[in-house]
Design a protein around this ligand. Structure first.
Ligand SMILES: Cc1ncc(COP(=O)(O)O)c(C=O)c1O
Length: 389
């Protein structure tokens, strides 16, 4: 991929200021937790704040257990030299890099402090006391949380019998809504809709409720292998009532750095822009995200490792006698036939953190995919705690 000229100049300037001035004076090994590669390497040398997390197997937040790519860590190291400056240039470079990666105009991109900021901004901008939020239960909760906090009318429609978002029910309820939230694949169910069905649904919603916006959250996009699945980005770029959100927190392994983005029609991005926190993406997050976009082989490796560990864990749960909702993501939902809160506490007491209760589901637990070793340990602990169906 050809690098935009502004990006070349930014990276070149970082080369002089960052690497030259700082890294030489303070080599990578002076910061052992940063120069380490992955969570296993971090255990034992982590700074104080990270230590409690390093003692647990973390299968509760759908993170990437392998950490960032080496190139992303190197990119972070080079940024200390400019970390006394506001991130204007890195933010612009990230916006340009995302635009180039998706082959859209920079005006169609809005970057955020994680995609959480994007979801919050969209809910803020598109809903009001008279135009409510239409969401799904269970689904990712940021839009709902923002609506509830602001006292905005909110309706969350139950998933269907296959734990998929009920598009027909959403269509029937969409009239007058400020925003419809479609998490595809959906967290915490791991289910999805094919792109043909989704675009058809969007067209129906546009016809029935022309003022409503549809926010499509594609946080787990990179993990999906289903041939019917696809991104709604082309629809979002041409249809001013559609926004797609993405994140660097999942397959790219940058959850702790905080970077995400929206892609939409330039007019829609202009509407959202005033709501964002100025300088909300810091220099380290921007550099790591730019570097991560350029590592297609790393991405494929993460997808493969995730698919292998997920296949193992799903089969282990099924052998214990528990049904698993077929997942397209780096987590799965399983019916443990008891209160997931008790399961969560018992697992945590044995060193494994798993997901919480997801109302209205009363007996399902969500387990994120870690490394194969972590999943072997976690499944042995789950067998002990659950004792078979
Ligand atoms: C569906 C979905 N959207 C958005 C997010 C927020 O991610 P972040 O703010 O780290 O980009 C998450 C995090 O788990 C998620 O599952």
């Amino acid at each position: 991929m050809r690098m935009p000229s502004s990006r070349r100049s930014f990276l070149a300037s970082i080369g002089a200021a960052g690497v030259g001035a700082l890294a030489a004076a303070r080599p990578a090994h002076a910061l052992p937790w940063l120069s380490a590669r992955g969570r296993e390497a971090v255990a034992g040398q982590a700074p104080r704040l990270a230590r409690s997390a390093a003692d647990l197997i973390l299968l509760n937040s759908n993170e990437n257990p392998y950490g960032p790519a080496s190139d992303a860590i190197d990119a972070v190291m080079r940024m200390f030299g400019v970390s006394s400056r506001y991130p204007d240039a890195p933010e612009e470079e990230l916006r340009a890099a995302i635009a180039a990666n998706h082959k859209v105009a920079a005006e169609s991109v809005l970057i955020g402090c994680g995609s959480t900021e994007i979801l919050a901004i969209a809910t803020d901008a598109f809903t009001s006391a008279t135009r409510g939020l239409l969401s799904v239960a269970p689904s990712f909760e940021t839009p709902r949380d923002v609506a509830v906090r602001k006292g905005i009318p909110m309706e969350a429609l139950a998933v269907d019998g296959s734990f998929r978002i009920d598009l027909q029910a959403m269509y029937e309820r969409c009239r007058g809504a400020g925003m419809l939230f479609i998490c595809n694949p959906n967290n915490p169910t791991g289910t999805l809709h094919g792109i043909g069905d989704l675009v058809h649904f969007i067209g129906q919603v546009n016809a029935r409720s022309p003022e409503s916006y549809v926010l499509v959250d594609e946080a787990y996009f990179e993990y999906v292998a289903d041939p019917t699945y696809g991104t709604a980005i082309p629809e979002a770029v041409r249809n001013p009532r559609v926004v797609v959100s993405r994140t660097f927190s999942k397959v790219f392994g940058l959850a702790g750095l905080r970077a995400g983005y929206a892609i939409a029609h330039p007019d829609t991005i202009r509407m959202l822009e005033p709501y964002r926190i100025p300088s909300g993406v810091n220099v380290f997050a921007a550099a790591a995200a730019i570097a991560s976009l350029e590592l297609p082989e790393h991405l494929v490796r993460q997808q493969t490792l995730n698919a292998q560990a997920r296949a193992y864990a799903v089969s282990a749960m099924q052998q214990l006698g528990f049904a698993v909702v077929p997942s397209h993501t780096n987590f799965f939902l399983t019916d443990i036939k008891r209160d997931p809160r008790a399961f969560q506490s018992a697992m945590r007491a044995r060193g494994v953190a798993v997901g919480r209760l997801f109302p209205p589901l009363a007996t399902h637990a969500r387990i994120s995919i870690g490394t194969m070793d972590e999943m072997r340990t976690a499944m042995a602990v789950a067998a002990e705690v659950l004792g078979g169906a």
